[in-house]
Design a binder for this molecule. Sequence first.
Ligand code: PBG
Length: 328
Amino acid sequence: MENISRPRRNRKTEAVRRMVRETHLSSHDLIAPLFLKEGKNIKEPISSMPGIFRHSIDELVLECKELYQLGVPCVALFPAIEDSLKDAKATEALNPQGLYQRAIKEIKNALPDLLIMTDIALDPYSSDGHDGLVDPKTGEILNDQTLEILGKMAVLQARSGADILGPSDMMDGRVGYIRDMLDEENLINTSIMSYTAKYASSFYGPFRDALSSAPKKGDKKTYQMDYANVREALREAYLDESEGADILMVKPGLPYLDVINTIRDNTTLPIAAYNVSGEYAMVKAAHEKGWIDGEKVMIEMLWAFKRAGSDMILTYFAKEAARLLNHK
Ligand code: PBG
């Protein structure tokens, strides 16, 4: 053992490890997805996502305050719409007095500096449970007709006070279409975080439970991506970038770190990872069984997103992780 390179010297104490650490994770990297529903004083547990709730607007504001105080800069809102308000055209999505619009306004009023990210897709409002309009004869998801609704949703959400719009629908051309609609209305400061590489994934199960938004017929494979592909993610990334996206997102997260990494090497835009509901549920379930240390696995998992090249992470762990990271 002469002149041998000893990598262990750089791991010998926590002080050294900290100094040589290549990536960092803090509460400022986290975006908290939150579910909302109509009512007052409601905080309804979601059984497949322990620790996550559907909040009425008043409760939602309290949750946002807590997150903001923990240093979480942004929340992403998802509405659970009553079945009676759902229809084939997702009409409720464009209701200026709808639940979603009211929630955005109330949070903005209470916490002007907390960033609000929204979701643009038809599924929470659609009786078909699809992200786009369904042709009643063929069952096809209609791209260009859907864009018109998405564009109107974007303008409405931006006017209500949303800071970052998140088109999660995977229709072709939607980023450019939405950007044009926003700019025409002089909403030039509203950002777009595009769900750039969103895969047709079975990891969304608990989320669809939370919103009762599972497709009534078929699956989402004609618009969400095939999980066998990575070059296709680059194609989506180039398109979203050229159409004016401000941030590119990859979803799901953990099984798609290679996709994050590939996009990282091919864009200068910031990248977000969505650590989705099924990934959250797996950690919680294994922890409850006593098979893993849920907290430690959570932090390791979140760190992996940073190492792969994402700048920010949408995660249901946001509050729990922020608490832990703030006390380190
Ligand atoms: C729908 C949407 C989904 C998620 C975010 N927006 C589900 C889907 O595409 O069916 C999933 C998020 C998660 O699983 O945590 N547009």
